[in-house]
Design a binder for this molecule. Structure first.
Ligand code: HEC
Ligand code: HEC
Length: 317
């Protein structure tokens, strides 16, 4: 009996020790490091590409990087209460102290394709554009190098503090960087309306990322396999700090936008006004810079997406 107790004691001791050392490892060791690559990118100089890059950056990157002063100098992305710690986006302006000043064009491209920063660490899983076309990617980088007013030097500095949970997720490889296979990526021609609309809705503007059930169940490489594809339910925060669930934008007649006209859809997407005249939360970006043909292509593509009932929003917040 005594012997059995002793053995049990030893086993328990080993388990406690294992848990404590794993916890210490999660808490105190550095994040895993990955190889950094400097991809080949040729920045465009023609005005059409520059306008395109500015348009993408001012809608997509602006959503997380533009602060209240209008500059892309970073803002609070996720606060303590959301469970991952206090996460700030980065200062992307031309200030010499901003990290981006050290990045080559090819390193920015690698970050956006894989999530791997110049220091070899993984930026969270929220800034991934693995299938953005090579031309769009280069156009965005050209914008970042331009003298646009949003990029005028700002000395803003931010300090991210990850929670234990976030550290554990990163260290156990739940948030792994994406592989980069070097295959050239081209966007479909605008004349191929449905394919172009799919590209815009899943790649260039990532409507599907927000409009599927949850970032946790999204499939970044094959968005159609995301849970509740375009059926909404993902919880997002507006500038007012209030959380809202993204909406069902499949053709469901009552829960989705099956009864909306194309005009009503354009109004909601570009100006944030619903058919009943109410305004959408700023958790939904405004796509006011996008041209008619882009919004029409997205609308045409959404008509081909399977009709689903709205995903029940997670009961958080
Ligand atoms: C969903 C939010 C989100 C979007 C959209 C987003 N970013 Fe970020 N970005 C972040 C966060 C958060 C960080 C900080 C990551 C970190 O500190 O590890 C960041 C960091 C960066 C960094 C700095 C990395 C470093 O080493 O300091 C660059 C460069 C960057 N983003 C570029 C872009 C560009 C270009 C776009 C648009 C194509 C974009 N981001 C879109 C959230 C976002
Ligand atoms: C960053 C997340 C995000 C992105 C990206 C996004 N949306 Fe939204 N969208 C939302 C949220 C959240 C709502 C709900 C806002 C509310 O209820 O006030 C919404 C609402 C809408 C609505 C209104 C639906 C209704 O029933 O009222 C439409 C239409 C819409 N989005 C279309 C789009 C399209 C098209 C794109 C891509 C071009 C897009 N969204 C990209 C988050 C996003």
């Amino acid at each position: 009996m005594k012997k059995l107790l002793k053995i049990l004691g030893i086993i328990l001791g080993v388990i406690v020790l294992l848990i404590a050392s794993t916890a210490a490892w999660v808490k105190f060791t550095d994040f895993p490091s990955y190889e950094v690559k400097n991809l080949e990118v040729k920045l465009p100089t023609d005005s059409l590409s520059l306008v395109n890059g500015a348009k993408i950056a001012r809608t997509v990157c602006a959503y997380c990087h533009q602060s209240d002063n209008g500059k892309f100098d970073g803002k609070l992305f996720s606060d303590e209460s959301e469970g991952f710690g206090e996460i700030w986006s980065a200062n992307l302006t031309h200030h010499p102290n901003a990290n981006i000043a050290k990045y080559s064009d090819g390193e920015i491209a690698y970050l956006l394709r894989t999530g791997i920063k110049r220091d070899g660490k993984m930026a969270g899983p929220f800034m991934l554009f693995p299938k953005l076309s090579d031309d769009d990617l280069a156009a965005v980088i050209a914008f970042l190098r331009s003298d646009a007013p949003e990029l005028e030097a700002s000395e803003a500095e931010h300090h991210t503090r990850y929670s234990f949970l976030a550290k554990a997720l990163i260290k156990f490889g739940v948030f792994d960087p994406l592989e980069y296979d070097g295959e050239p990526i081209a966007a479909p021609a605008a004349t191929d309306q449905i394919a172009f609309g799919r590209y815009l809705a899943t790649r260039r503007y990532d409507c599907s990322g927000c409009h599927s059930a949850s970032f946790e169940t999204n499939n970044i490489l094959e968005p159609e396999k995301s849970v509740g594809y375009f059926a909404g339910g993902n919880i997002l925060k507006g500038h007012d700090g209030k959380y809202v669930a993204s909406r069902n934008i499949t053709q469901h007649p009552s829960q989705g936008i099956g009864k909306w006209t194309e005009e009503q859809f354009k109004n909601a997407v570009r100006s944030g006004i619903r058919p009943d005249g109410t305004a959408l939360s700023t958790a939904m970006p405004r796509f006011a810079l996008q041209d008619e043909a882009e919004i029409e292509a997205i609308y045409a593509y959404l008509k081909t997406v399977p009709v689903l009932e709205t995903t029940i929003a997670k009961a958080s917040h």
